[in-house]
Design a protein around this ligand. Structure first.
Ligand code: TRH
Length: 385
């Protein structure tokens, strides 16, 4: 049978590419009843997000999606009706030739990285004809306005959140009851020059801070700050007002629970940034570092978008902390930025609670993709009866 969707994902580093591709694949399969094949070149990275996956299996069923190992040389398959090349990962040549041999040809989309920059809405949907084959690729840009491809979110998200029992979750995590004034913080981050000073500020502050750190790239820096030789899931350390707990890297649904349970979430890259926004809790975003500081433009664009309706106090406190965390030249020192953030914590929380209503106006990426595919196929049938 010809699948509805083929999604191709090459894992560059980290979990963003596979995180987005996997979330999209299972949303299309579950909500639209679509037959989805997900081609992944690194099944070990996929296994971190879906622990029951077997990285040795060439083909396996996971949450209603057919997950296939993307291997070279390519074994011929019948292309799907819609083909997504995630983040310009370049489709195998024999697969492109098979696409070109179909009538009508599949709808071919390059799913781009998410950005709040203005140019995104002008580039969303633009066509790019293949230089040799009778195929046209369209650029599909996720984004924060209705003119873009929107953002990923599942139809049952609100119901899952409403059913979440924070007390039971805290018990399972071994956290127990909250102390008076305690701040719970999750920390998902790249290596960060500002981290030691932020940890110092938390440790020497008046409020107890419990920082939950999923296993990952930031652990060596944390271990150095603590003066211990290494850290792994299960480790717990206390320094004055700061309690640090290293927790396992979980699947995506469990990661949502962590975001819901914390008063402040440090997130990075793309997918965790969007999840923290839907979680409606205060957040600090670390943009994926790019050479020449190109990520600072992305940071400023998201700040402008996220804070458009915020009060001046909230704007100053949030942008001050985000800029320090991202090492923007000229940003103030992080201890001062943290103090400013804490002063306006309640107003920042109200802002974060209101934000998902604005975010929802951008539309749902999975729905917009499906609509684009259907309208493109329809127009091809009419022009080629
Ligand atoms: O891992 P990342 O840094 O990914 C990055 C970015 O996407 C970046 O834009 C891209 O260029 C680069 O990869 C190649 O951050 P991101 O995007 O938040 O992806 C992390 C995924 O991991 C996301 O789907 C959430 C998920 N996750 C879990 O499922 N469990 C966990 O415990 C944690 C901490 C994350």
């Amino acid at each position: 049978m010809r699948p509805d969707w083929d999604i191709f994902c090459a894992v560059i580093d980290n979990y963003g590419d596979i995180g987005v591709a996997w979330r999209l694949a299972r949303t299309l399969a579950r909500e639209q009843g679509a037959a989805v094949r997900l081609w992944v070149d690194d099944l070990r990275a996929f296994q971190r997000l879906w622990p029951t996956a077997d990285p040795e299996q060439p083909v396996q069923q996971c949450a209603g999606v057919t997950v296939c190992a993307w291997r070279t040389p390519w074994a011929d398959v019948n292309p799907a009706r819609a083909v997504i090349e995630a983040f310009g990962c370049a489709l195998p040549e024999p697969y492109l030739a098979a696409m070109a041999a179909q009538t009508p040809a599949p709808v071919w989309l390059n799913l781009e990285y998410l950005s709040a920059e203005d140019w995104v809405s002008h580039h969303h949907g633009l066509p790019s004809p293949h230089p040799r084959l009778p195929l046209t690729k369209h650029f599909f840009f996720p984004g924060f306005t209705p003119e873009t491809g929107g953002v990923l979110i599942e139809a049952d998200y609100a119901a899952r959140r409403a059913a979440f029992d924070e007390t039971a979750w805290a018990g399972e995590m071994g956290l127990g009851a909250r102390q008076q004034n305690e701040l719970r913080v999750s920390l998902f981050a790249y290596e960060n020059a500002a981290l030691p000073a932020l940890l110092d500020a938390w440790a020497s502050g008046d409020r107890p801070v419990t920082c939950l750190v999923p296993e990952g790239r930031v652990l060596p820096q944390l271990a150095a700050w603590l003066g211990v030789s290494g850290l792994a899931a299960g480790a717990g350390h206390r320094r004055d007002a700061l309690t640090l707990r290293v927790i396992p890297f979980t699947d995506q649904d469990c990661y949502d629970q962590l975001l819901w349970a914390c008063d402040l979430n440090f997130v990075r890259g793309e997918d965790s940034c969007v999840r923290a926004q839907w979680a409606a809790r205060p957040m600090v975003w670390q943009a994926y570092p790019q050479t020449g500081g190109a990520h600072w433009d992305k940071l400023e664009a998201l700040l402008a978008c996220y804070l458009l309706a915020a009060t001046p106090d909230v704007t100053e406190a949030v942008s001050g902390l985000w800029r320090c965390w991202n090492g923007i030249p000229g940003a103030s020192n992080i201890a001062r930025a943290w103090g400013g953030w804490l002063t306006h914590h309640e107003a920042i929380t109200r802002h974060a609670q209101a934000w998902p209503r604005t975010l929802a106006r951008a539309g749902r990426l999975s729905v917009k993709l499906a609509e684009f595919v259907e309208s493109t196929l329809k127009s091809r049938v009419f022009s080629n009866p």
